[in-house]
Design a protein around this ligand. Structure first.
Ligand code: ASP
Ligand code: MG
Length: 439
């Protein structure tokens, strides 16, 4: 059994969705196909939800109508048989009627989650109508019947495993199972989701639960690249990464894979493959527990970082100082990414500044607090790079002209991270591409 996950752009155009049907029929291995919503849909649903939250019913209605038009057009281009067109029409009607009814109910967070779930429900159902039209044998497994999270929003892998096994057993003769990414049920039994980009996470949880031979993540790029292809003009796909390397890259900015999707695959040792629907025969990136060759593999950047420096002479020779500081972040549920310390100060970075004002207020009890906003973390990732001395030499020679605010080295053997101002990012990535990869 393997898992094949297709993202929003891979199903976002009728022709692309048809190509997905070809791809899943390419080999005879049993598979679970996980789909995202059509590209743009989740954003549109968020807009609808926001309009409702602000009581802007006419605005919400207009957005719903627009989206409905989009789906009508989509299904007309996707399908040809009368039967299939009729089935699709019913599905579209059902889901958009639901949204129209929701308009009349007073808005709540639970309702918001219901609205957001419509994207994946629609994409999978329309895809199944197409499979039906093409005469392919499949079963639709509703994610809401097996994908559950606990009260802390953590997926219940044990329960998922049991429920999925039961559902699959019920359809023992089938080879193709289709399901929704992203959506789940929470501890209260309500419809919920695994956060933006969460379909990757769904796919790896499913792959872990069924002990899949591989978890294939299909997008529109040929794997993880050595540098950000949106910023730097010459990049190349990386053939092989370890789970640790992939986790660092995904967390620190490589947009191709949701960072949370690494742990289930790693823990249950399921290889992950990043593949390209536009170029299905390209090698892509294989992620396994194997570390591969020593050296720099890739550079990734994460924007929207805030640096916080706490300076205090009381820190000198004192113990327990760091704990007190970290406790403030814990209290405000704000996770810290980078940390550097000197004897009289400590700098940390956060990527979520929602609670910044309250955090600063509490930190001021310990010393002077300085804030730098609009920072970017640039991570250099590769197997044992901190053991190889040329890496640091090359790294700092390459970016000699760039002011560096923080350096994190030695936290793991696979990562060196720099904090720079956001407006130096493009130049930094370009310089690193030249200095570390000779491109
Ligand atoms: N449709 C959801 C989103 O856009 C989940 C996903 O695509 O992974 O965030
Ligand atoms: Mg995605």
């Amino acid at each position: 059994m393997k898992v094949m996950k297709f993202g929003g752009t891979s199903v976002g155009k009728p022709q692309r969705m048809q190509e997905v049907a070809v791809l899943i029929n390419h080999d005879s291995e049993n598979k679970i196909v996980v789909l995202s919503a059509l590209s743009g849909t989740t954003n549109a649903l968020i807009e609808i939800s926001t309009a409702m939250a602000y009581g802007n019913k006419s605005g919400a209605r207009q957005l719903i109508d627009q989206l409905e038009q989009h789906y009508r057009q989509f299904s007309k281009e996707l399908l040809t048989s009368k039967q299939a067109l009729g089935d699709a029409e019913k599905i579209i009607q059902e889901h958009f009627e639901f949204l129209q009814i929701i308009l009349k109910i007073s808005f709540s967070e639970a309702l918001n989650k219901d609205i957001l779930a419509q994207g994946e429900l629609l994409s999978t159902k329309l895809f199944c109508v197409y499979l039906e039209q093409q005469g392919l044998d499949y079963v639709l497994l509703p994610a809401l019947d097996f994908m559950t999270v606990d009260a802390n929003d953590e997926p219940q892998i044990g329960a998922i495993k049991v429920k999925l096994a039961q559902l699959i057993k019920k359809h023992g003769d089938k080879k193709i199972f289709v399901t929704q990414g992203y959506i789940c049920r929470n501890a209260r039994g309500e419809v919920d989701n695994l956060k933006r980009g969460g379909s990757d996470y769904s796919a790896s949880l499913i792959a872990a639960a069924v002990n899949a031979s591989v978890c294939e993540i299909w997008t529109d790029i040929d794997g993880m690249h050595n540098n950000d292809p949106r910023v730097v003009n010459k990049t190349f796909p990386i053939e092989q990464l370890s789970f640790e390397e992939a986790a660092e890259l995904a967390y620190f900015g490589a947009k191709i894979l949701h960072p949370a999707s690494i742990w289930p695959a790693q823990y249950f040792n399921v290889p992950v493959k990043l593949l390209n629907t536009l170029q299905p025969s390209a090698k892509g990136t294989l992620i396994t527990e194997q570390a591969g060759s020593v050296g720099v593999k890739a550079v990734a950047a994460k924007d929207g970082i805030t640096a916080i420096k706490i300076k205090s002479s009381r820190m000198l020779l004192a113990y327990g100082f760091l704990r007190k500081i970290f406790e403030v972040f814990e209290k405000y549920k704000t996770s810290i990414d980078m940390v550097t310390t000197s004897e009289v100060g400590v700098s940390v970075t956060i990527d979520n500044d929602l609670q910044l004002a309250a955090i600063i207020k509490e930190l001021e009890a310990f010393g002077t607090v300085e804030i730098d906003t609009n920072q970017t973390i640039v991570s250099i990732v590769g197997n044992e790079i901190t053991e190889t001395k040329e890496v640091l030499q090359k790294l700092f020679a390459a970016i000699a002209t760039i002011p560096v605010r923080m350096v994190s080295y030695g936290g793991s053997r696979h990562n060196v991270s720099l904090l720079i101002a956001r407006n130096n990012k493009e130049e930094t990535l370009q310089l690193l591409n030249e200095g570390l990869f000779g491109l």
